[in-house]
Design a protein around this ligand. Sequence first.
Ligand code: HEM
Length: 482
Amino acid sequence: FFKKLLPSKGKLPPGPTGLPIIGNLHQLGRFLHKSLHKFSQEYGPVTYFRFGVVPVITVSSKEGAEEVLKTHDLETCSRPKTVGSELFTYGCQDIGFAPFGECWREMRKIAILELFSPKKLKDFRSIREDESALLVKKVSNSAHEKPTSPVNLRKVIFTFAAGIIYRLSFGQNFCDFVDMETVEDLVLESEVNLGSVAFADFLPAGWIIDRVSGQHSKVKKAFDKLDNFFELVIDDHLKSGKIQDHSDIISVMLDMINNPTKFGPYKVTKDHLKGVMSDVFLAGVNAGSITMIWTMTELSRHPRVMKKLQEDIRAALGPNKEKITEADLEKVEYLKMVIEETFRLHPPAPLLLPRVAMSDIKIQGYNIPKNTMIQINTYSIGRDPKNWTKPDEFIPERFVDNPIEYKGQHFELLPFGAGRRACPGMATGITIVELGLLNLLYFFDWSLPNGMTTKDIDMEEDGAFAITKKVSLELVPTLHRW
Ligand code: HEM
């Protein structure tokens, strides 16, 4: 009867049958990208399901991704709001979770100008070189220890990536007044809570369950910690009295808040500033660190590739270099293939960030009604045998004489997304990843801790939006002798 009354939705994509109210929640496992991968294997590359009462389509083919991210980019470039995203981005007044509109456009414009322009990338070279030197020093100290002990690669890689991103966005002296261990815990806790599922997101009156179950207070507590931390960073900028020098994005935005008439009609507020800080703090460091960790993990599991890569790097750069420079990044073709292969198998954000249809559209011949949430499954696309031969194997050579790149033009490989909402930090992110790995692989040889074989390397995943390796990767470094 109700079906007759409601307007026809036309031909929806196929998908699992849901239950009243909870939809298909009972069929989703711990990791959404894996559950949706299973759906696509059973129902096809465009699948319809319900997350509680929220309608969702998941797209798992290169052709479908191209239709969403290119043909219908304008109609799908908004984001759905969730309890976690609203809280951690100060009411979605950031870049990553802002709905399509003026706020998103203005924040993205400021970030591109103050963080990601080619000029800024050049200006920040000294920060990257300082952090590279610190990384090599830290690992060298461990390599000199007798007996040698394994290095926790997650820790050194996080400190390296965070040192660069936070100093360039939060100020040169950032690392002097905070302790990186605390920062790492804060990033992990915030990311998990931002991506956590609240009943209020998909059930009518679900907020009551969130209050009773303690979910609401858990997320709020994590947010308060992050907010206190941001206040500390902002206070430090205000105390230094150097807002006018525009030395980082925080001083630029504080100047915009204090002198609104100087900067055009859009009124920037403290919530915008904290929203952008939240994006940089969470998105900026995690994805790059995760990429480096998965790369070192796959290299440790594939000694043939590790050996070939280190020989290739050392032949290209020559012996006994004192430090790696960014000019060296141009010479290491095989490293770029290894990173591409890692992106294919371990995209740091396998579902990108969710989109929402702003009008009725058609994807692969199916009707997608307005307000449907859209998930692009790059995890499935990277494993699709139609795009890749032997898709489950780690073979960087597949990129030899292969035009496919990760920059958003080739829809079979989308680690940074594509279209209007593609990652604005791509150039910065990839430079950090290449630089970090080049330092680790040029100066050091790596072996597994005593008694461990390649088969013992744990590949279990963890995380919410960003999917990382659950168990820390521990390897023993030896200083390379020429
Ligand atoms: C290897 C490093 C990185 C990877 C793999 C990565 C990946 C991604 C992905 C998949 C998205 C979602 C794209 C979409 O929905 O189509 C994204 C968005 C975003 N990323 Fe990155 N990212 C990286 C580095 C960075 C860095 C260094 C920053 C900032 C310092 C950054 C800031 C952002 C922001 C602000 C967005 C939201 C864009 C929007 O919605 O308009 N990312 N990133």
